[in-house]
Every structure is written in structure tokens, then in C-alpha cells.
Design a protein. Structure first.
Length: 202
């Protein structure tokens, strides 16, 4: 009988997806490697062939989630006819995705608390910094496009607007953590309506 050949890339992704579900349901501290291995349908030792520990696996989940969001962002924006459309769609999409995976978003706060000192904190901070930089860069590219084609005012401060838009999403999500009935989609639409009218060139 031929030995079973395991595609390590696929197996790693399957472990991450299994862990993603457990972390979302139980939180970082509440999740166990035993539960994750059971969800993945493998022995606990198999996980340690791919990840050093639970923390390492969590960071892999964090990276995986951001990669999935980024890849889908390209799809969301590809048919937009203007920079205005891109800006509106991107902001609404990011908020929608964060709300859909609110448990994962809340995990960030748990990890901040657990890893506020030492190397773990530095690693998590570096990952979050990269995440924010990538998102702001996407926003800045859209704003620059609108500036170049005359959609937006010539005095538009691109870095400032990109940073404030990023903060708008985070601010709504933070409030949503404590007030689940908050209509964040409606609030975002109202905010974007005012913003776009202010950005538009005469």
C-alpha cells in the first residue's frame, strides 16, 4: 500500500480554519488544543507539527483572517466605476465583515490584555500595525485616484482622511461590543454621506 501523502499547506489551512471556529466561540483563554484537534479531526500531536503552541496558532488565525478579507476586497472593488464608489464599497464591506466576525474582532482585545508585556505584545502589536498600514494604504490609493481624476477637492489631506476613516470603523465596532443593538451600518452610511459631500470638488 502506498503511504498517504499529506499536502502540508492544505493541512495547515484546515487546522487554522478549525481553530478559527473554536477561538471565535470560546475565546483565546477558553479554547483548548484538544478542542481544536477534535474539530479538525486530527490528534492533538498533529497540531504541534505545524504550530509551536496555542498562541502561535492564534496568530496564524489572525493572519489568515486578514488575508481572506484582503483578497475579497479586490473582488469587491474591481467593478467600481469611480473612486467615490470604491470608497463607499470598501468602508461598507470592511464594517460588514467585522460585524459578521465580531467574535474574532473582540479576540483582539483579549489578546491585548493577555500580551500587553513582553515579546508576545511586540508580535501582536506588529501584526496590528501592519494590518492598519495596509488598510490605510488601500484608502489612500482610492483617495489619490479621486484627487487625480478631479472627483475630490484639490486640498484633500489624503493621509488624514485615510486615518480618520480607519478610526471610524474601529470606533463603531468598539461601541458595538458594548451595545449590540447599535445600528452601525446606518451610522456609517450617514457619516459617509457627509464625508463624500465634503470631499467632492466644486
Amino acid at each position: 500500500m502506498c503511504p498517504l501523502i499529506v499536502d502540508k499547506t492544505i493541512k495547515r489551512r484546515e487546522l487554522i480554519e478549525a481553530a478559527f471556529g473554536v477561538f471565535a466561540h470560546k475565546g483565546f483563554q477558553g479554547a483548548s488544543m484538544r478542542e481544536i484537534s477534535a474539530r479538525a479531526g486530527v490528534g492533538k500531536g498533529t497540531i504541534y507539527e505545524y504550530f509551536k503552541n496555542k498562541e502561535d496558532l492564534f496568530y496564524a488565525c489572525f493572519d489568515y483572517f486578514n488575508e481572506q478579507v484582503l483578497s475579497k476586497t479586490v473582488e469587491v472593488l474591481k467593478d467600481c466605476a469611480s473612486a467615490t464608489d470604491k470608497l463607499l464599497k470598501l468602508m461598507r464591506y470592511e464594517l460588514e465583515m467585522a460585524c459578521r466576525y465580531m467574535d474574532i474582532y473582540s479576540l483582539s482585545f483579549e489578546m491585548w490584555t493577555l500580551a500587553k508585556n513582553g515579546a508576545a505584545s511586540e508580535l501582536f502589536n506588529a501584526k496590528l500595525k501592519t494590518c492598519y498600514e495596509d488598510y490605510r494604504a488601500t484608502l489612500e490609493a482610492i483617495l489619490a485616484e479621486g484627487l487625480a481624476n478631479g472627483e475630490f477637492r484639490a486640498d484633500t489631506d489624503i493621509p488624514a482622511i485615510a486615518a480618520l476613516l480607519t478610526g471610524a470603523v474601529d470606533g463603531l465596532l468598539l461601541q458595538l461590543l458594548f451595545e449590540r443593538s447599535l445600528d452601525v451600518a446606518s451610522h456609517m452610511d450617514s457619516f459617509l454621506d457627509v464625508l463624500i459631500r465634503g470631499l467632492k470638488s466644486d
